[in-house]
Design a protein around this ligand. Sequence first.
Ligand code: DAH
Length: 330
Amino acid sequence: MKEWLNKIESADSTEILESLRVETLGKKGILTLEFSKLKDIPNTEKKAFAQNLNEQKSLINTALEIRKEVLVQIELDKELEAEKIDVTKFNNSLSCGAVHPVIDTMDRVITYFQNLNFAVEEGQLVEDDFHNFEALNLPKHHPARDMQDTFYNKDYTLLRTHTSPVQIRTMLKQSIPIRMIAPGTVFRKDFDITHTPMFHQIEALVVDKADKISFANLKHVLEEFLHHMFGDVEVRFRPSFFPFTEPSAEVDISCVFCEGKGCRVCSQTGWIEILGCGIVDENVFKAVGYENVSGYAFGVGIERLAMLIHNIGDLRSLFESDLRLLGQFK
Ligand code: DAH
C-alpha cells in the first residue's frame, strides 16, 4: 500500500497518474481484484476485510486527487510559458510607413510657430458666407470673390476656400492680445499641375493694442520663418492686394533650385512666390467689433513649401498615394 502511495506522490505527469489510478482502482486494478475476493471470505471476517479495503481505497483516492491538482497546475504553467508572446520583440520584417511630406511640412511649420508662443486654432471645414468672405472684407459681388472658385452646399454653407476665416472665429471668441496660427485643409474648384481641389494652408494672425503691431514686426517674423525653412535664401516683399489686409504684400524667396540664376521652376525669374501677408484691414476689425487695435496676418500654402523642400515637380503627385514617392520620405 505504502508503495502505491509513494508512486502516486512522485508521479510527474497527469498521464502517469492516470495509469496509476487504473492499476489500483480500475476494472482490473489491484484493489478491485481484492474486493472481488470478498465473496470467498468467511462471513465473520467479511466486515473487517471490507472495512480495510475501503480505507485503502479512500487513501489512494485522496492521494490521487491531491497529486492531480498539483500536476494540472504545473502542466498549465508549462503550457502558458511555452505559448507566451513577447509583444516588445521587434519584428524586422514589418515595414513601417512614413509621415506624408505635406503633414511633415505642416508639423514643421506648426512647431516653429508654437515655439514663438502662437496658439493653434482649428476652425471648421464647412464655413458660411460671413466667416469665409463677408467679415474678411469680401462683400457680395466684390470682384475678389471671383478669384476663388468655391464649392457651395445646398444650404448656403460652403467648403472653406482658405484658412483666413479662422481669424474671424478666433477674434469673435477671444480678446486681444491674439497670436495664433490655423493649419488645415481648404477647397477650391481647381485642378492642374499646380492646383488640387483640396490642399492645405496655415493662416497666422497677431492682434494687439493700436500702434503696437507694425509691418516691421511682420517682416521680421516672416524672414526668420523662411530662413528656418529654406536656409540661406533671399526674401523679398512685393506690394500686392488682398481684401483683408492693407497694405498687402506677396513674399518671394530666391529660387532654391538655381539660387536666383533663373530656371524652369522659377520661370527664369530667380524668385519663387511663397505666401501672402499684410496689415489687417480696418474693415475686418469692424466686422468683429474690435476698436483701437492693430495686427498683421499671413497665409501660406503647405503643398508649395513641401514641393520646394523635397523637389517635387507635380503637385498632384502628393495626393496619388504612390508608395514609390511616399517611401522616399522615411
Ligand atoms: N487667404 C489667402 C489665400 O488663400 C492667403 C492670405 C493672403 C492670407 C494674405 C492672409 C493674408 O492672412 O494677409 O490666398
